[in-house]
Design a protein around this ligand. Structure first.
Ligand SMILES: Cc1ncc(COP(=O)(O)O)c(C=O)c1O
Length: 452
């Protein structure tokens, strides 16, 4: 039975992989374009999020890297890094195809039209008024945050974080030779909240910056205006610059709300902040390398700008511009699809995977799984201790769990321990994929943990 399921799963992934190689990497899209084919092919709703669109063999982190790391025979459903499996919004492919007809790739000139689009997008979608003169483009949110850290946080100083938090921030700190100061959040019945006393207590003479993540990766929290005002007040009073990463802002569950930090009524608090955003999460354009930051604090703006060098590419700008100018309808359908995926995950887990606990998050397309029982029952703590004996740095049970889930469930998840204090006992699962692929992953988790 298990063997049969394994074969079916592999066949599913392989077939989907062939689709990808023909449809995404090979010539299908350009050929279709040349033949005058329309890219919008409605299946369920106007846009098709339901047909698996495999990315195997495209040199992508989400699907190909686990195979490189674990061996080609260990085919795993890629549920790790935060990008989406869907076919790009048709408006993006159309714009790129159009630009491809002009076969010259020399230096770009003005980025002004894109900045105007960014301003319009923020106004229309989030009701946020941004002065175009105060918007700076970067090649990603990471490069923007790194420029800010270089500006305010000298090597050796501390950067405040609410943990568990996005693991990429720790990489930014390593790069800028700064040190993390984790303020662990409180966890009650799967819901996280801020421990404000702890947060303030952790600010010392060498804490110059705090990185807020809203909606929060990996817990999914959409921070309220009250929470952010309280954080902002502390930061202002203690002279800590608040860096607000809002890259996940479009993925908000039904009934929840994204509040831009820059929309808070207290302008002193807002003026002590810089907001970092992009269309890259919303439209899965991570490798197209365009993001932006803004602040009305001209002193902050000029200083961070001096540490920022954005080497943008023509295709990156074309893709991002098409996305925010024409992609609203696609994005709305995508967000709704993701929301249903979250509901599916929550009910499936409750019914079929008693070993793993999860609650529907308020935002993001990430599911934060409590796998502490799996770690316990499968003896992964002991294995981590053994593995640590010969390793340059301690191996965590969650790192062992990452391999365990590939082997026993055929699913690749991200190790919770990489998300800082409070990440122990957890794995992060990216659910931005077709329902069928999600089902294959969840079935794998159910079978893999059944006999523990
Ligand atoms: C919270 C957060 N910030 C930043 C990034 C990466 O941003 P970029 O690719 O624009 O550097 C990610 C990617 O997963 C993220 O989750």
């Amino acid at each position: 039975m298990l063997q049969q399921d394994g074969v079916n799963r592999r066949a599913f992934l392989r077939n989907a992989g062939i689709t990808a190689l023909v449809g995404a990497v090979g010539g299908r899209a350009p050929v279709a374009a040349a033949a005058g084919a329309v890219f919008d092919e409605p299946v369920n709703g106007k846009y098709d999020f339901d047909t698996p669109y495999s990315r195997l063999g495209t040199n992508c982190v989400k699907w190909d890297r686990p195979m490189v790391q674990n061996g080609k025979d260990k085919v795993a459903v890629g549920m790790g890094i935060a990008d989406m499996d869907f076919r790009a919004a048709p408006c993006i492919t159309r714009a790129l195809s159009e630009r491809m007809k002009h076969e010259n790739w020399g230096y770009l000139d003005s980025t002004k039209p894109y900045i105007e689009s960014v301003v319009k997008w923020n106004k229309q979608r989030y009701g946020l008024t941004i002065n175009p003169e105060h918007v700076v483009l970067t090649t990603g949110v990471h490069p923007g945050i790194i420029a800010a850290l270089k500006t305010f946080s000298p090597p050796g100083s501390r950067v405040l974080l609410l943990s568990p938090t996005y693991n990429g921030f720790y990489g930014d700190l390593t790069y800028t030779q700064t040190k993390p100061e984790d303020s662990p959040m409180k966890l009650v019945n799967g819901r996280y909240s801020i421990d404000f006393e702890d947060f303030e207590r952790r600010i010392s003479h060498d804490t110059n910056t705090f990185i807020l993540c809203n909606p929060q990766n990996p817990t999914g929290n959409c921070w309220s205006a009250e929470d952010m005002t309280r954080l902002g007040e502390i930061c202002l009073r203690r002279r800590v610059v608040l860096l607000s990463d809002e890259i996940h802002c479009d993925f908000v569950a039904r009934g929840q709300k994204y509040t831009p930090f820059a929309s808070l009524p207290n302008k002193d608090i807002v003026n002590n902040s810089i907001t970092f955003k992009a269309a890259s999460k919303s439209f899965s354009l991570a490798a197209m390398k365009v993001a932006w930051f803004f602040t009305d604090n001209l002193d902050y703006l000029e200083r961070v700008k001096a540490n920022n060098r954005a080497d943008l590419s023509t295709l990156g700008l074309i893709a991002n511009e098409a996305a925010i100018n024409e992609g609203t309808e696609w994005l709305d359908q995508c967000v709704s699809y993701i929301d249903s995926n979250h509901e599916f995950v929550e009910s499936y887990m409750k019914a079929n995977v008693p070993m793993i606990k999860c609650v529907k998050p308020q935002g993001t397309y990430l599911s934060w799984l409590d796998v502490s029982q799996v770690i316990e029952k499968a003896g992964l703590k002991q294995q981590a201790m053994e593995a640590s004996k010969n390793a340059p740095k301690p191996v965590t049970p969650e790192q062992i769990a990452e391999k365990w889930f590939v082997e026993h469930a055929g699913v690749h998840l991200n190790a919770g321990s990489s998300y800082g204090t409070g990440g122990a006992g957890h794995m992060r699962m990216n659910i931005a994929t077709s329902r069928k692929t999600l089902e294959v992953a969840l079935n794998g988790l159910a079978k893999g943990t059944k006999n523990l």
